[in-house]
Design a protein around this ligand. Sequence first.
Ligand code: ZN
Length: 199
Amino acid sequence: MPEKNPLNGIITQLKKLPGVGEKSAQRLALFLLSLPKKDVHEFVNEIGYVRDNIKHCEKCYNFTFSNECFICTDITRSQESLCIVAEPKDILALERTCEYKGLYHILGGLVSPIDGVYIETLRINELLSRVKEYPLKEIILAINPTIEGEATILYLTSLLKPFNIPVSKLAYGLPVGSDIDYADDMTLQKALSGRQEVI
Ligand SMILES: [Zn+2]
């Protein structure tokens, strides 16, 4: 029986990555095989280690290896400002701008009844506990300007109103329907620094 292509296995695995088709997978497989064995083992081990040990921060739900993430444990960051985002990737994007030095809260998604995401499936109770607990002077809604994002902003705005804390959302400049994660750093920095109060 003729031997199967020995690269088939690695190509199948690489095709699981988003945006990677057969051709890219072949190219990546050949690239990986051109690396020293040590580098390939490091690459694979790192992914395995992170996957096995990663968990959510008990406070903000960002990724962490311990109970609290590097942002929540950073004593130089302001405890008076809370930025609400949908997903961990939004924190990565906002941190790249170096504009914000407060804390975050990850909702775990946006309201989207069509996808079965209702407000009660988001981390709203956890958010309200933090709003009560922290000496907040500002809440920023750093949420994508999409239909789902606007619906979530409306809901959060009415929920946060009784706390009498100024609430702002990112300024226009972010294209409607866009994703914070895809905005270039300069646009995001301007959207953040020009944030507009909604309460
Ligand atoms: Zn955290």
